[in-house]
Design a protein around this ligand. Sequence first.
Ligand code: AMP
Ligand code: MG
Length: 328
Amino acid sequence: MYEAETEIARSLVAEACALTRRVQNEVVANSDSLIKGDRSPVTLADLTVQAVIGSRLAGRFPGDAFLAEEDSGSLNASPVMAEKVGSLVRTAIPEMNDLEIAAALDRGNHPGGPEGRHWVLDPVDGTKGFLRGQQYAIALALVDGGRVVVGALGCPNLPAPGERGNGSGWIFHAARGSGTWASPVAGGEPAPAKVDAIADSSRAIVCESVEAAHAAHSIQAGIARRLGVTAEPYRIDSQCKYAVLARGEASVYLRLPRDSAYREKVWDHAAGAIVIEEAGGRVSDLDREALDFSKGRRLATGRGIVATNGILHQRVLDACREELNAQP
Ligand code: AMP
Ligand code: MG
């Protein structure tokens, strides 16, 4: 099932890895002259990827809707940005004009929901990591009838299995019922990705956000203590957390909200969730419910994210509840 969709998702993400790499390399090369807090490089990468993927999907699957993070607002606000995005998009699709770029971006305004098919894109997930010259991801998923059925996760800087820090990049793809597959960005046969088989929680490695604003690190440390975890948390930006879990380099991914009113955005989890599930793991919210991708642009019905190798899921959820109950 969804064979054509999976192959196209994988190839679109591969193309986006090459585009974002060019932008990130410039950021790294110019990091001395880059004004602190200047987000224009990530905006450039975001808009370019969303325009290219939005346009290619419209050509290949004209009946499918598109739900993505960005829109043409930041193009209209900055002629300089519009010019740069135009040039970069045209390296991929030479005939695309500025109006078509704006239209491709704004196709991403779909509200989501339970009906029909829509593609979900985070063009550059982990923008803070992108600007630091570290990890980020391009995350594309297909939601059909409110369920994620295909996911492709491009991790342009992910190192070889078992290594940490920057490497030459991996792409993960999954379709419901067909497993998760990993292949190097540089090319090569995909190999199956499998979560680890750790059953003793004290041996688990827990991954979490680098950014303390995105998750409650101190509560997560308390949960790790309850699990008897001895290893330091593996901090890595973006949905690369799902990727390292899917290939067995961590057993748990915790994302406890800093603010209990925060609801996660669907594009931050759709591709990652199917990559984990098809690699043999489990994903839920803090209240044990499966993630519900049918509620719009956010995971409106649940708080937080807990992803595990499956074996540890119940144990980790129990530790989360105990730690939350112990909070003042
Ligand atoms: P990460 O790289 O895992 O730290 O997460 C990056 C994602 O965090 C971005 O794509 C944002 O959509 C998301 N984000 C932004 N603010 C918050 C927040 N307050 N809590 C949780 N996630 C957030
Ligand atoms: Mg994101």
